[in-house]
Design a protein around this ligand. Structure first.
Ligand code: FES
Length: 405
């Protein structure tokens, strides 16, 4: 077996103990491997493409109705050449492509089924779509998807998964509304012994009667003492539930000595939870916010220029050497304006983080919220933007790239 030389000083601060254990584990797994020279059949690119596909063709296998939401079980569409779905870590999302009204749009949805379901002979993911006010793509999905509907989705994406090198053994999950979905997948992976940590879900809802996926969550909690679900109701008092909002005191009550916090829910909840979490003085690495989905209204930000109101900007969009002139309203992302014009571009996270909508800004001023600026330093320096998290402050000229989906 190969002998490893560790520079322990350089690793200081990275949790050396845990890191060395991982290295030993990896070395022992490698030692079990075949020593023969790889042949041309062995191609890491093929493996990488299977594990991280750009897109996957699926169809709806089952529709499960809830109060104000539907879960869709998506199965690999063998008729269109998709043999199986990529395996995923609980907490990942897929970007769902929809084409209607002459527009092509993608929306991120967390996978809420067990990771092991992707490995079954009939490989499946489940996503849950909730009805929301002014929902456009969500309304389309809820009204049109039925058993047999053909869909294109991305591979599993995101970083909202448990990492044993980084996260504490106890996780307190703060969920609001349909933001509970990644935690349902996490609970499945713990119950199935695929991951080993303690998960306490503090699930905020207005009333007891409209808690999404309540039965599934309670069934999972009944199967493992590592999974606990606490309902926190703002408008209702109900036996066994907490009343009010998910406050710092409540988090402290259910967190053990050392814990990580994962947050997923509506953006309004994030503002409240950010303030509550600050009171707990946790190290930064212990707090994770799921950022897939749009930033929200930037015009309310302190840093957003106050003199820009009710303005519509002209945007010249170059694609494959040709251009189209479109408009973008104040407070609207460039990506939305591009999609509404019918130009077919790629997006996945829609929050500025994944880089899939990476585009070149040729001219113009923009506002990019700090929390959603996932660009690399070189991108910032050379004028690249992520239009899903970029708002125009003047007329714009830019270049985009066509969708692969
Ligand atoms: S879609 Fe992910 S950065 Fe724009």
């Amino acid at each position: 077996m190969a002998k490893y030389n560790y520079d322990k000083k350089a690793l200081k601060g990275l949790g050396v103990g845990a890191f060395l254990n991982e290295t030993k584990l990896r070395a022992s797994e490698l030692a079990k491997g075949d020593n023969s020279i790889p042949t041309s059949i062995y191609n890491p690119n093929i493996v990488a493409a299977e594990l991280h596909p750009d897109y996957q063709l699926v169809k709806v296998k089952e529709v499960i109705e809830h109060d104000g939401a539907k879960s869709f079980v998506l199965v690999a569409d063998k008729d269109r050449g998709c043999k199986e779905l990529a395996y995923f870590e609980a907490g990942k999302y897929v970007s769902v492509a929809c084409e209607f009204d002459g527009k092509f749009m993608c929306r991120p949805y967390s996978i809420c089924s067990a990771p092991k379901d992707a490995l079954k002979q009939e490989s499946t993911y489940t996503i849950t779509v909730k009805k929301i006010d002014d929902g456009y793509v969500s309304d389309y999905i809820l009204n049109n998807w039925k058993v047999g509907t053909e869909v294109a989705i991305s591979g599993p994406l995101g970083h909202f998964n448990y990492e044993r090198l980084r996260d504490a053994k106890n996780v307190v999950a703060l969920a609001g509304g349909s933001g509970v979905t990644p935690f349902v997948a996490m609970a499945h992976s713990i119950v199935d012994n695929e991951e080993d940590y303690n998960l306490t879900i503090l699930y905020g809802n207005r009333k007891y009667d409209n808690i999404l996926l309540k039965d599934e969550l309670e069934a999972l909690a009944a199967k493992s003492d590592k999974v606990k679900v606490v309902h926190v109701l703002s408008d209702d008092e109900h036996e066994g539930c907490e009343h009010g909002f998910i406050s710092a005191e409540l988090i402290k009550k259910y967190g053990k000595d050392d814990y990580s916090i994962f947050v997923c829910g509506p953006k309004a909840m994030y503002k409240y939870e950010e303030e509550e979490i600050k009171k707990l003085n946790l190290p930064k690495r212990r707090v994770r916010f799921e950022l897939s989905g749009e930033y929200g209204d930037p015009t309310k930000d302190e840093k957003y220029p106050k003199d820009i109101k009710d303005v519509t900007f002209n945007v010249r969009v170059w694609i494959r050497g040709e251009y189209k002139d479109i408009t973008c309203k104040n407070g609207q992302t460039l990506l939305r304006a591009i999609e509404e014009s019918g130009i077919r571009v790629t997006s996945d996270c829609r929050s500025g983080m994944c880089g899939w909508c990476h585009s070149r800004l040729i001219k113009g001023d923009t506002y990019i919220p700090e929390s959603n600026d996932g660009r690399r330093l070189a991108d910032k320096k050379f004028g690249w933007i992520h239009p899903c998290a970029t708002y125009p402050l003047s007329d714009i000229e830019m270049e985009v790239f066509p969708s692969v989906k």
